[in-house]
Design a protein around this ligand. Sequence first.
Ligand code: PAF
Length: 284
Amino acid sequence: MRIIHHVNELRALLDDIRRAGKRIAVVPTMGNLHRGHIRLVETAVTRADFVVSTIFVNPMQFGRNEDLDTYPRTPDADIEKLTTAGCHCLFAPPVSDIYPNGLDDHTVVSVPAISERHCGASRPGHFDGVATVVSKLFNLVQPDIAIFGLKDYQQFQVIRKMTSDLCFRIDIIGVATERDTGGLALSSRNGYLSDAEKETARQLYQTLTQTAERLTHGAQDFRALEREAQQSFITHGIKPDYFNICQADTLAPANAADQHLVIVTAAFVGATRLIDNIEVTLKK
Ligand code: PAF
């Protein structure tokens, strides 16, 4: 696997790859790779000739009081996992290569409406940071396909809309969430949880699946389901941020007339904020 830190070197390598007629995939990550990330790379390997994974802890998507400084960084283990998964190139740039003029006076890519809901309401500016860095990575790599995990469902839809609105000729592919045996969605932030907190955190997916079942059995009052789920979190010692039943594409609030839904949630287990979701298709 080639390991590249600088933009010029990446561009030179990928010019050669493109001239050779190879199909390029990009798998953007912030590192501290777990089985979920590796599944993305494995998917990329089956769909492209040349796979570029990126590791960049993007300061623009972290709020002032968030965990940018303590975000787990495990470069050696990441390199080993990417190599085993068959990744061809790791691009791991310093902040100065991605934001050479700093962050304060930088062009911002902002995807309206969808970026303001759910996590966007709790983390103002977060999706502007994501959309801006992903646009840069798309311009640098110029991939044919890009692979993202569906655990970050809102991020996935923000990136899909951005790709369509800005006419990037890139197929955006979503890969199902990897879970532990108790249903906890794999996340780099699970490393902040104690064993007892992990057990509590499994309640997120249980509540999502219970609510999904009630929807498929014909429950009509979506707002009441949301309130009950939040109450159930509180009973289990979890502090809900949001639990929302939405239209899958726009993430706008859904009602009983909608067919393709997603339930998205964020909640605090101890000091750790976790997110999860489940898609539900209703028969009409
Ligand atoms: O999902 C992530 O790890 C990040 O939000 C991404 C897409 C790599 C952008 O920094």
